[in-house]
Structures are given as C-alpha cells and as structure tokens.
Design a protein around this ligand. Structure first.
Ligand SMILES: Cc1cc2nc3c(=O)[nH]c(=O)nc-3n(C[C@H](O)[C@H](O)[C@H](O)COP(=O)(O)O)c2cc1C
Length: 308
C-alpha cells in the first residue's frame, strides 16, 4: 500500500484532506454527475465543478471551441446554471458522495465573489471553494482580478471573510509576476493556490477571413500549455508556503508526476477528459504504479523533489 493522501488546507481549522492528489479541472468535468456512469468517480481526490456565477449564464456566441496544434481554444464564457440551481439541484447529490466537491466561483465585482462565498458557506456537499480570478473569456472581472497582486489579494480577502470553507485561489498565467500574485493571495488568506487557467489566444478562419471563435479570443488549454504551467507551478511552489495545485496539459501520469516533483501537492486533469473521460482515473492509477515501482511509500516524498 502506498499513501497518496494530501492535505490541501493545512492552515484551515477543518483542513481539506484528499485521499489522493488527482482532481478534475473546472469546466472540463461538468458537475461530476455527467461522468458518474462512466467510471467510479468516487476514487478521485476531488472534483471541481464548472465555474459558477450568481445568475445563470448562457455564455458566449458560437463557435466556442477550436482545436489547435496540441491544444484547445475555448471561449465558453462561463455558461452555467447559477448558484441557486447549484445549491438546490447539485449540492444534495454531492452530499451523498465520498469524493469532496469544490465549487469554482466567478464574478464581475468583488461583491459578486463575496455573495457567492457567503451563500455557499455551510451548504452540505460542498468541501471548498476555488476562486476563479483567471477566466479569460468574460468581459468584466475574471482574469482582470488575477493579473495583478493588489486586485487578486482584494478578492481573496473578501472571500476569506465571507466563508468558513477552505479557499483555493486559481491564478491566470496572463501576468508578468505570477509569484508576486501568488504571494499576495497567500497573505490575503488563501488556503491553497491552483494554477494555471487557460492562456489567452485566437484562431482565424482563412476562408471567411475572420476570427474563428464567436468571441474572437479564447483560452488555450491542453498539452500545448504544459511547459508553461509546469514552470509557473515550479516558480510559485518555490515562493509560497501553501499547497499548490498544478493544472495545464496534464494527460498522463508522467505529466502529473512532473507537476508533483515541481512542487504541486495535487494536480487537476482538464482538457484530457474531453478525449478520454477516464483520464483522471488513469492518471491516478499511473501515479500509484510509479510509486510502487520506485519503492515510494508516501506521495509526500515526491512533492517538490525537483525544486532547486
Ligand atoms: C472548455 C473549458 C472550460 C473551462 N471552464 C473553466 C471554468 O469555468 N472555471 C475555471 O476556473 N477554469 C475553467 N477552465 C480552465 C481549466 O480548468 C484549466 O485550468 C485549463 O484548461 C488548463 O488545464 P488543461 O490544459 O488540463 O485543460 C476551462 C477549460 C476548458 C477547456
């Protein structure tokens, strides 16, 4: 037996203990319910649901997806059912699950984040919040908050005040100072830091001579962004005394192990679930096999071993 459990909120009174470090990335695994008939999702470390806003959203105009070399561009624009439906319809299902569910929240103002956080506080079935200050696909808020340390800290402090739940803050790579943003977020009371969200990009339809996505720009994800994400995780894990959750292009167990060795306490599988919905479970099984083969008894022995 190997010990895969990780503590994602060591400074939080209740903590956020996962049985293993494999999570799903927000927006790529719905509410978890959509996948429960495909494999035993209860085996995962945690599920992060689709980004949730105060009101339901229809998202951006079509087309909203475009494949790129080694990646995917999306401009979904936070289409979601809204917080009331989430509390009434999804949370009661999650409350019967063994796997913890973390709700990803997104707002246009600091007040939106505060309201979302306080409404979700104490709701059975919700184990933590992931604060999305990194969505590139909405007109106001989103990545603007995550781009600089002051605004990132302001949102984090407001959410911290509004909830007793563990607070994960998800950073955008679209900043010139990722470690500075991470330090500010840590100081403002985050329990853990997730990174990265998608990188802003675009594609052009040459026959129509116009941008391919209805929103013109979108967020790039998938294997194409893995080296960028890995570097940023390495940088943040070396700078901040909080658990880091690595995300960006993780498709296989060896990708996940790279992030863990760079300093991630847990990882999220995103775009890979679109090509193979079982990808998170395969990643988990592969990590376990690697540990057995290498004679590693505890995942803690691997976290950050590549830091120099
Ligand atoms: C279709 C799609 C929708 C996404 N929606 C969200 C979202 O609602 N909230 C969020 O924080 N991240 C969202 N993301 C970003 C992912 O959670 C993840 O950070 C990013 O895709 C990088 O990981 P990957 O390369 O493994 O997909 C979305 C990504 C995709 C591809």
């Amino acid at each position: 037996m190997v010990n895969l459990s990780v503590q994602l909120a060591p400074k939080h009174p209740r903590g956020l203990l996962l049985t293993n470090p494999v999570m799903t990335a927000s927006g790529t695994f719905g509410y978890g319910t959509e996948y429960s008939h495909m494999f035993d999702i209860q085996k995962l470390g945690a599920i992060v649901c689709k980004g949730t806003t105060l009101e339901p959203r229809n998202g951006n105009p079509q087309p909203r997806l475009a494949e790129t070399a080694g990646g995917l561009l999306n401009s979904i624009g936070l289409e979601n059912i809204g917080i009331n439906a989430l509390i009434e319809e999804k949370a009661p299902i999650w409350a019967s699950w063994h796997v913890p569910v973390i709700v990803n929240i997104a707002g246009e103002t600091v007040g939106d984040y505060t309201r979302l956080a306080s409404q979700l506080d104490g709701v059975a079935g919700i184990s933590g919040l992931e604060v999305n200050i990194s969505c590139p696909n909405i007109k106001a808020g989103g990545a603007e908050f995550g781009a600089n340390p002051d605004s990132a800290a302001e949102v984090t402090a407001a959410v911290r005040q509004a909830t007793s739940l563990p607070v994960l803050v998800k950073l955008t790579p679209d900043t010139s100072d990722i470690a500075g943003v991470a330090l500010a977020v840590a100081e403002a009371g985050a329990d853990a830091i997730s990174l990265i969200n998608t990188l802003k990009g675009m594609a052009i339809d040459i026959t129509k001579r116009s941008p391919l996505l209805g929103n013109i720009t979108g967020g790039l994800s998938g294997p194409a962004i893995k080296p960028v994400a890995l570097y940023m995780v390495y940088e943040v894990a070396g700078a901040v005394d909080l658990p880091v959750i690595g995300c960006g292009g993780i498709t296989t167990a060896s990708d996940a192990l790279e992030f863990i060795m760079a300093g991630a306490s847990a990882i999220q599988v995103g775009t890979a679930s679109f090509t193979d919905p079982r990808a998170p479970l395969d990643v988990l099984e592969g990590i376990e096999q690697f540990m057995k083969k290498e004679g590693i008894e505890d995942i803690a022995e691997l976290i950050g071993v590549a830091q120099r």
